[in-house]
Design a binder for this molecule. Sequence first.
Ligand code: FAD
Length: 221
Amino acid sequence: MVFDPDLAPGGYAYFFVLGGWGTLGLALLDGYGKLEAQFEKAVVRFQKIEPFTIESSRPGYSYMNFFLHGSSERGSRLFAGEAGGFQDYLFGLGIRYALVSGHLAARSLIEKVPFDELWRKRLLRGMRSSLGARLLYESLGRHGLRQFVSQAKRRDFREFLHSWARPSWWRLALRPIAERVFGKADSCGHKIPCTWCRPREGRAGKPEPLPRDFVARYLEE
Ligand SMILES: Cc1cc2nc3c(=O)[nH]c(=O)nc-3n(C[C@H](O)[C@H](O)[C@H](O)COP(=O)(O)OP(=O)(O)OC[C@H]3O[C@@H](n4cnc5c(N)ncnc54)[C@H](O)[C@@H]3O)c2cc1C
């Protein structure tokens, strides 16, 4: 993984290989207009670390969906996973949130317990805390990233990431500040009433347009 604000503003680049198959990805929080050029730079960066050749590449695009809301129920419909904004906002990790919220939604239907009650108890603190963690991650810049990587080196990386995903009082305390610093989108397309989501380019104001063919290509995939 490469954490470099010039290569992946607010995000990271990653290259995972298993049995000759690889995924080389770039996660950005800003600068979508330069997505493709930045991706090429990421390929070059990884090739410098360990030379490799690419055969039968399959490009793909996606985006993450994190938002805070008061209720994940709309009429008789329950919104689980990213559709309900459930995600860890620090690094955009949502698989566990999707599984847990899906399980809670099923329990709500079977046991006739309000879904909102279940997810608030189990997931809300973690989501709020991840907002505080992201504020810290983005504010500390290269110095913070260096500290982060050097701490990661000394521990099992999975356990280390898990410790960041767990709610903590100080990350929760940072959450209101994070909401103020990041700004709040004036409008969004979320299907349930959203109490907070971030404007696309990361600051309040006019969203940065996506590359012209981004949506078309994403839909093709
Ligand atoms: C590049 C990338 C890397 C990631 N890496 C990680 C990671 O390492 N770890 C992690 O925890 N998270 C990761 N995430 C985030 C994680 O993948 C998502 O948070 C998680 O998959 C969300 O699950 P979901 O079930 O809510 O939504 P999805 O996984 O998006 O599933 C929704 C499904 O519904 C289908 N669908 C949509 N609309 C309709 C419709 N109208 N009718 C029928 N079907 C429909 C979609 O095609 C899709 O298959 C990553 C995300 C991306 C984009």
